[in-house]
Design a binder for this molecule. Structure first.
Ligand SMILES: C[S@@+](CC[C@H](N)C(=O)[O-])C[C@H]1O[C@@H](n2cnc3c(N)ncnc32)[C@H](O)[C@@H]1O
Ligand code: SF4
Ligand code: SF4
Length: 337
């Protein structure tokens, strides 16, 4: 995985540290549209939605000036459905290179031209969902031809050498046997991989959760093998501790200690602040501190362990330690670019 250059690493960590102590979010997820090109079986989005109240590209600058996160996720729905996505990213990004910006997408609409334009506008990392390492992906996402498209465009864009593409596999009961198969596919396509966990909270469906001892045994074996395949290149983008916590979440059926609303939050397509994508209590832009008081300080929800949580539940020293060692360029300046 491409490491963040030294100067930019310093700025990201400095801003993240300030936000940690000022109780501003470290990570903000902008859901730039509710519409989607897929109808995934594990998700509450799917298909077209009303886009008439979507924020305009220039609105995102206003949100950035108030929230000042060090990391931004551009997500949805399917963010590539916005024809003005490049303009949105330009408004999120400042001339200092902040924030570190991740596009979370299914890539059904990705082209070489859009990839290059989005990089140029400031996307640092392309997180691409992959549920199965073959055509079962199309069936699960209810999107014919998606896997074939990925298998063509991934190697093509990876060969440009920017090392900024990460497959994101959401582990479910349907694909738990495929965890290493997904990693093999990442290797074959020349990209990186990361893992997150299914939450029943989105749709209310428990069928995709890991419910049996057999499924949990498979999860353990698959994750142990992933851990043995990790190396300094960070092609497996999770930390070992995050993989352990993902397993613990499935074993216990819960993950307490969520900091939604405080360490991370969601901005909806029409501009409301929400603690996360699965709690729909809405606040105006300038009311994050009220959200912390009303929601975060009383939040007992432990129903997910999605990526945004898995990074931010940690203590400040652990968070800093893992990122300094993994993605930022403090250990060695020679491998920073
Ligand atoms: C909501 S999607 C939005 C971005 C884009 N449409 C995509 O699929 O990558 C972001 C991520 O959430 C994951 N996701 C969807 N439903 C989920 C659930 N019930 N639990 C955990 N993750 C889920 C998806 O697999 C995807 O990786
Ligand atoms: S997971 Fe992503 S692609 Fe699938 S329905 Fe949800 S928003 Fe759309
Ligand atoms: S655990 Fe936290 S992030 Fe997950 S659904 Fe509950 S409040 Fe949201």
């Amino acid at each position: 995985m491409h490491k963040v250059p030294f100067g930019e690493s310093l700025r990201i960590i400095a801003r993240g540290s300030r936000n940690w102590f000022a109780e501003r979010p470290i990570v903000v997820s902008f859901e730039v549209t509710d519409s989607c090109t897929c109808y995934c079986r594990h998700c509450d989005h799917g298909g077209p939605r009303d886009n008439s109240r979507n924020l305009k590209p220039k609105d995102y600058r206003r949100y950035m000036n108030v929230l000042r996160p060090s990391v931004v996720q551009v997500s949805g729905g399917e963010p590539l459905m916005r024809p003005d996505l490049v303009e949105i990213v330009r408004n999120i990004k400042s001339p200092t290179g902040l924030p570190y910006t991740i596009l979370v997408s299914n890539w059904s609409l990705m082209t070489k031209e859009r990839y290059l334009a989005l990089r140029e506008a400031g996307i640092n990392q392309f997180s691409v969902s992959l549920d199965f390492p073959d055509e079962r992906h199309d069936e699960f996402r209810q999107c014919k031809g998606l896997y074939r498209h990925l298998s063509e465009i991934m190697p093509e864009l990876a060969s440009l050498g920017h090392d900024d593409i990460v497959l994101n596999n959401c582990i479910t009961s349907e694909n738990v046997t495929e965890i290493n198969g997904i990693a093999d596919k990442a290797r074959e396509w020349g990209v990186n991989v990361s893992y997150s966990a299914y939450s029943p909270r989105r749709t209310g469906c428990r069928d995709y959760f890991l419910n049996s001892p057999e499924q949990l045994a498979v999860l353990k074996a698959e994750l142990d093998r992933i851990k043995s395949r990790m190396d300094e290149s960070k092609w497996v983008a999770n930390s070992a501790s995050t993989l352990d916590s993902t397993r613990a979440y499935f074993e216990k059926g819960s993950a307490p200690g969520c900091k939604a609303g405080l360490r991370f939050l969601v901005v909806t397509s029409d501009g409301a602040l929400q603690p996360c994508s699965m709690h729909f209590k809405r606040y105006p832009l300038h009311d994050q501190s009220r959200m912390i008081r009303e929601f975060t300080e009383n939040n007992n929800c432990d129903e997910c362990y999605v990526s945004i949580r898995s990074y931010l539940d940690k203590s400040f020293p652990q968070l800093l330690g893992e990122n300094v060692a993994g993605f930022f360029s403090f250990k060695s300046r020679s491998d920073s670019c």
